[in-house]
Ligand binder design. Structure first.
Ligand code: ACO
Length: 277
């Protein structure tokens, strides 16, 4: 897959990490229909790429994403009537959904502004790390709409009821540090150290059994909406399904601990290289 200087999504693979970035820095990486279509193409292409073990989603320039493009996503599609509106919604939601259930682990690296519609891909990523300097806001109320496109759901999922209400009703921003305290992201670190921290976490994930990782991340998303009984049953079946894809991995995991005594599962992962990836 090739890219040009004008590409609204940039991407490169380094050390089995796919660095994918919103690339409209002059528009603070707001999401236009063109960007949404391109993002789906890029992430689809990378999903089963042999050289990719982890995907990081970040933004070029000072923004992660300033949300939906008010001109191209809202005004111009509304001018094309309901058909235009529904089409552009489907294009946006399609890549967020793809990311929510992505084959590889995903990390949002929030380097700057993150508004409104940006909460969709933020939640879609399995993990999220922010610059302390980043600013997060549900700004919809500031220009007269409700936080749609899943944003209200994301706020209600990740924040306490009171915080979600305050955040959505006031449209005030919070910085990366507060976002971490609130649970919108895993951690906040100074912008200067953000890439190093994300690389460190990505490299940690690259050492884990990839079949188990996919089963694990899906399990955590799925069980949130299940009763305990249903979750218990789902997890039995999910484990058995994972075993049928990866008969050898966990046997190596057990053997390297019990027989070889070469590692301790409580403290780190078994050596994947001894079973092949
Ligand atoms: N939609 C359309 N254009 C945008 C958006 C957006 N969401 N965000 C920024 N831009 C454009 C600006 O219009 C401007 O374009 P221009 O250079 O042609 O005039 C350019 O990007 C740069 O924006 P500035 O406002 O000059 O950048 P600044 O760094 O001063 O401010 C900020 C950044 C705070 C992100 C500001 O651009 C902003 O408030 N953007 C809108 C954020 C927002 O409310 N997004 C929608 C959320 S709701 C939803 O997603 C459903």
């Amino acid at each position: 897959m090739s890219q040009t200087a004008a590409d609204v999504v940039s991407f490169r693979i380094e050390g089995r990490i796919a660095w994918v970035a919103f690339n409209r820095p002059e528009k603070r990486n707001c999401m236009s229909p063109t960007l949404n279509r391109r993002m789906l193409e890029v992430i689809e292409d990378l999903e089963f790429h042999d050289e990719v073990g982890v995907l990081v989603l970040t933004g070029e320039g000072s923004a992660w994403s300033a949300g939906m493009d008010l001109k191209e996503y809202f005004r111009e599609t509304e001018a094309r009537g309901l058909e235009g509106v529904r089409k552009s919604q489907r294009e946006a939601y399609a890549w967020w959904k793809r990311l929510r259930w992505y084959q590889k682990p995903t990390i949002a690296m929030v380097n700057g502004w993150c508004f409104g519609g940006g909460y969709g891909p933020l939640f879609a990523c399995d993990l999220a790390f922010a610059a302390e300097e980043a600013q997060f806001g549900l700004s919809e109320i500031n220009w007269g709409i409700l936080p749609g496109g899943g944003a209200s759901k994301v706020a209600a999922e990740l924040l306490s009821f009171r915080r979600a209400m305050y955040h959505a009703m006031t449209g005030e921003t919070v910085d990366g540090r507060t976002a971490a305290e609130w649970g919108l992201v895993n951690e906040a670190v100074p912008l200067s150290g953000l890439k190093a921290r994300v690389t460190e976490v990505a490299e940690l994930l690259l050492k884990k059994n990839p079949v188990a990782l996919k089963a694990t991340k899906d399990a955590i998303r799925r069980v949130r909406e299940m009763t305990y009984e249903n979750a218990e049953d789902y997890l039995i079946r999910a484990q058995e399904a994972a075993n049928s894809f990866d008969n050898e991995g966990r046997k190596h995991g057990i053997s390297q601990f019990i027989d070889d005594k070469s590692y301790k599962p409580g403290l780190g992962a078994y050596d994947l290289s001894r079973q092949g990836r």
